[in-house]
Each structure stands twice: as C-alpha cells, then as structure tokens.
Design a protein around this ligand. Structure first.
Ligand SMILES: *Cc1c(COP(=O)(O)O)cnc(C)c1O
Length: 385
C-alpha cells in the first residue's frame, strides 16, 4: 500500500527524542523555546508560539485578534474543517469565499466582490483566513491590500506550506498578514507527531497567544495587577487553555527542521515527474503561480470527466484497489452536516463544489520511491487511457 503522505523519521530524530526522555524536562523546558527560535530564523519572523496542534494555533490566533460573538470570520471552503471551526470556538460567525478555479485557493476576485457587498450591509469580516492549499501561497499581496481597504485582520493557514515561498520570502514571515499558522501533523512537511505553531511580528499578539496557550497565566511581574507575593506567585489574567507543546515534540521538530529544505526539494522533484509523466492524460495538473514556490504538501489532480468514460468514484476506487491510497482534499466545509445545520447549502460555493467532483490527491511525500511513483503513473495511464 502506498499512502498519500507519510512522515520521514531518521535515527537523529529518534535520538533527539530519547535524549529528552532522559533529561530533566519533559515539558516546559528549553526545547520549545529553541524550536520557536529555529522557526523564527527559518521563516524570518520575530515571534513564534508553539502549541499542541495547528487547530489550537488557529483558535488562539482568532482569540488574539479579538474574534468573538457578533464578529464574522471568512475562510475558504476547500480546507480542513479546523480552518473554519476556530472561528466558531470563539463564538464568531463563519462564512466562506469561493475558490479560484486555477489555484483552488481562496479567490481574490470572489473576496473583493463579497467585501463590497458586505460593506453595504455593514457585515464586514473581522478576520479572513486564507489557506495555502497543497503548499502554494494565496495571492497575499491582493488580500493584504483588501485588508487595508476594508479593515480586516489576516491569519494565514499555512498548515501545508512550511518551506514554501511567496515572492521569494518563506511563508510565515507575516509580511502580508497578522499571524501565520503551521501544522506539524505527520502527513505535513515536517512533523512533531502532533503540533502546530503561530508566527507573528506583533509583540502584543505574541504575548497574548503565549498567555492563551497556558491557562491565561503569567509569571511576568510587569504584567501583574499587583506586587508579586513571592517566588511562587503567578496570576491568571484571562481564560486560557492548556495548548502547550511538550519537550519531546519540540525536540522532534528541531531535528526534523534540519531537513526541511531537503524534504521540500524531494517533493518538488517528484511533483515535476508527475507534471511531465501525467501531462498527456485527461487530467488538470496543479497550476503554479510565478509568485510562489510550493512546498508540495499535496499533488492534486482533477479528472477531465468529459474526456473519460469513468466516474470520479470509479477512478478513485481503481487507484485504491491498485494499492494506491489516494485521498480527497477536501470535502467543501460548507457541505458538512454540521455546517449545513448552520444554514449553508449545496450551491453556495459552486467553484469549490465543481472542484470536489473531480479532485484526487495522489501520493506525494519525501520518501516516495521511484518504483512506487512509476506504479502510480502507470496505474493512472491504465485507468484513464
Ligand atoms: C492539518 C490542517 C489543519 C489542522 O492541523 P492539526 O495540526 O492537525 O490541528 C488545519 N488546517 C489545514 C489546512 C490543515 O491541513
């Protein structure tokens, strides 16, 4: 069986975790700050807040930006449910912006149109969460320009995109956003088993997210409402959570980051092989904008259903029957039963729904072997020609 994605763990990664198991701190030690510093240096940002998942990072990012009851958050319907759920955790309302037919990222044309209409109704979003699908950056320049015009904040959901660049800069530098979030789930580019991080250049947002990840508690005398009672003293200033990353996870992350560029390089090489070998099949291959270099978290093909006699499901099943564990990223979030109960319905975001009828993620990961990739290409040829 060939999975659609999987982690790459070497002996150094294993040793790094074992070293921590033998050390004084399993949590709240030096590894998490070191992991954060490593991320700061890689993506060129001032602050990082490591947490136990990207979902947690999205939650505290929304809270830090003030999303709450009566506020509206917008994201893409073609994403993992966490990009939308984070708004609901805060009591805010969620809405979606349809995708671009070429990149499958949130469409800036649809965004601008929806903002114009929202401004007339006085229902502008407080936060917009663009998602860098498959590791290709959204059109951040345009989204940032619209944020200045319409006064919303931006969280980049870059769960797929560590190691990717936009206009030559690594994603996560927050040049065109307030906060960027990465995921370190095992299928993503680098892993901490479970884990996520929020990056920002704003000291106030950083401090706020640090507080929220650990119960809303501070030990910093400068932040306290009264003089410290002594060495034991801390204050809870707001309602936070236990979203901390452990030392084991951070040590794995530090070790993994040493190979970040290698991983992305392997993925890009394999994506280029797909680009070449699949070009003649009745498929739409991933479009890449000149402004971006993808981290190639996913390789998404779209079936040109008018040119083949099989259905989406038959092709999907035939691949799985051949031992190729293809997947589909994603079921449009607004079509989930939970979101339908909130009032969303089929037809609301037609470009996303059209995409869903044709998309398949084929295996792509750093250690995908030449033989396995050949098998995938051959199987696709057999099914489609
Ligand atoms: C994986 C993923 C998340 C959630 O990441 P976790 O670390 O598993 O919480 C959020 N958004 C997107 C786009 C993802 O792919």
């Amino acid at each position: 069986m060939i999975p659609y994605g999987r982690q790459d763990i070497n002996q150094q990664d294993i040793d790094a975790v074992i070293d921590i198991l033998k050390s004084d701190y399993l949590t709240q030690g030096p590894q998490v700050p070191l992991f954060e510093k490593t991320i700061n240096e890689i993506v060129n940002v001032d602050h990082s807040i490591a947490v136990n998942s990207a979902t947690s990072a999205l939650h505290i990012a929304c809270l830090a930006l003030g999303a709450g009851k009566g506020d509206i958050v917008w994201t893409s319907p073609i994403t993992f449910v966490a990009s939308a759920n984070c708004a609901l955790y805060c009591g805010a309302d969620i809405d979606f912006v349809d995708i671009d037919p070429a990149t499958y990222n949130l469409s800036t044309i649809a965004l601008e149109k929806k903002l114009k209409q929202a401004a007339e109704k006085n229902k502008l979003p407080k936060v917009v969460i663009p998602v860098h699908l498959a590791g290709q950056s959204c059109d951040m320049l345009k989204i940032h320009q619209l944020s200045l015009q319409y006064g919303f904040k931006i969280i980049e959901d870059a769960s797929h995109a560590i190691g990717a660049t936009y206009q030559g800069d690594f994603i996560g530098g927050c040049k065109f956003s307030d906060i960027t979030v990465f995921s370190f789930h095992p299928v993503k580019i680098v892993t901490t088993a479970e884990g996520g991080i929020a990056t920002t250049n704003c000291p106030k947002l950083a401090q706020n997210m640090q507080s929220l990840r650990s119960h809303g508690i501070t030990r910093d005398p400068n932040l306290m409402t009264e003089e410290s009672h002594g060495e034991w003293y801390y204050q809870q200033l707001e309602l936070g959570f236990n979203y901390r990353m452990s030392e084991l996870h951070a040590a794995l992350g530090i070790s993994q980051l040493k190979r970040l560029h290698e991983f992305v390089g392997h993925r890009a090489t394999k994506a280029a092989i797909y680009d070449e070998k699949l070009a003649k099949l009745p498929l739409t291959l991933p479009y890449q904008s000149d402004a971006t270099q993808s981290s190639w978290h996913l390789y998404i093909i779209r079936l040109q259903l008018d040119k083949i006699s099989k259905t989406h499901q038959t092709v999907f099943n035939a691949l799985r029957d051949a031992g190729i564990l293809v997947n589909l990223h994603y079921i449009p979030v607004h079509l989930q039963p939970y979101y339908q109960k909130l009032g969303f319905k089929a037809g609301d975001f037609p470009v996303a729904e059209e995409y869903y009828k044709e998309a398949i993620s084929i295996p792509l990961f750093a250690q995908l072997s030449e033989a396995d990739q050949h098998h995938i290409i051959q199987t696709l040829e057999q099914i489609l020609l």
